[in-house]
Ligand binder design. Structure first.
Ligand SMILES: [Zn+2]
Length: 151
C-alpha cells in the first residue's frame, strides 16, 4: 500500500512539473513519463526502472497483434486516458514507448525538442524523425524489436 501510494505521488508530481513548463505536452508523453517515473527509483542520480506488470501486458498484446499503433498512441488526448474504458492499455503502451526512447537516450532530447519548438515550425512527427532517426514505420518496428528483447 505504501509503495503504491508512493508511485501515485511520483506520477502526479511528474504531471505537476511538466504542466508548469510544457502545458501542451502530447498526452502520450505526459502519461508515459509520469507512469515510467512512478515505477522507477532514483539511485545515485540515475533513474532505475523498478519493473511492473505493464511490460508483460504490452508484450502479450504485441504477440496477439493487438498492440496500439504509434499513430493511434500519438493521437490520444488527455481526456481519453482519463475517461475511456480500458485505458490501462494506453498507459502501458505510453510507458513502454517512453522506456524505449529512454533506453536510446532520446527521451529527454525529444521532450525538450517538442517543448522548445517556437511557433510550432516543425511537426512532432518531423521532430520524432530527426531525433530517433526513424521514419514512422521503422520507429514502430524498432520499438517492437526492443519490446521483444525485454522479455
Ligand atoms: Zn497521469
Amino acid at each position: 500500500m505504501w509503495k503504491r501510494t508512493n508511485c501515485l505521488y511520483a506520477h502526479e508530481l511528474t504531471h505537476a512539473l511538466i504542466r508548469k513548463e510544457f502545458s501542451d505536452v502530447p498526452a502520450w508523453m505526459n502519461e508515459g513519463l509520469a507512469t515510467m517515473i512512478g515505477h522507477s527509483r532514483v539511485v545515485n542520480s540515475h533513474l532505475l526502472y523498478a519493473g511492473n506488470s505493464s511490460l508483460s501486458r504490452v508484450s502479450a498484446t504485441l504477440h496477439k497483434g493487438e498492440l496500439l499503433s504509434l499513430s493511434d498512441l500519438f493521437r490520444l488526448t488527455g481526456t481519453e486516458y482519463a475517461s475511456r474504458r480500458n485505458s490501462l492499455r494506453y498507459y502501458d503502451a505510453s510507458e513502454q514507448f517512453c522506456r524505449f526512447l529512454h533506453s536510446r537516450n532520446q527521451l529527454r532530447l525529444l521532450y525538450h525538442s517538442f517543448r522548445d519548438n517556437p511557433g510550432k515550425r516543425q511537426t512532432n512527427e518531423e521532430i520524432m524523425r530527426r531525433i530517433t532517426g526513424f521514419d514512422p514505420d521503422n520507429l514502430e518496428k524498432a520499438w517492437h524489436v526492443w519490446l521483444l528483447r525485454q522479455e
